[in-house]
Design a protein around this ligand. Structure first.
Ligand SMILES: [Zn+2]
Length: 69
């Protein structure tokens, strides 16, 4: 299992009615990115789970959210 540190940044995302504050999370290995609503550590952990499912390299990776949150 390879540890991959995620690059996390604030992002304004399109919500149903207005812009919603969220985060954009980039895989530092392949450049794949996911976006989630909210900026808490729970949001970052949710993004890490999404990344594991979506990243083409993800199944053998452990995603570290660093000191986010
Ligand atoms: Zn990746």
């Amino acid at each position: 299992m390879t540890k991959v540190t995620l690059d996390i940044e604030h992002a304004d995302l399109d919500g149903s009615y207005s812009t919603v504050e969220g985060i954009r999370v980039n895989c530092t290995k392949c450049g794949h990115s996911v976006e989630v609503f909210g900026t808490s550590d729970a949001s970052a952990r949710r993004a890490a789970v999404m990344m594991k499912e979506e990243c083409p390299l993800g199944l053998s990776n452990y995603y570290d959210i660093g000191d986010w949150g």
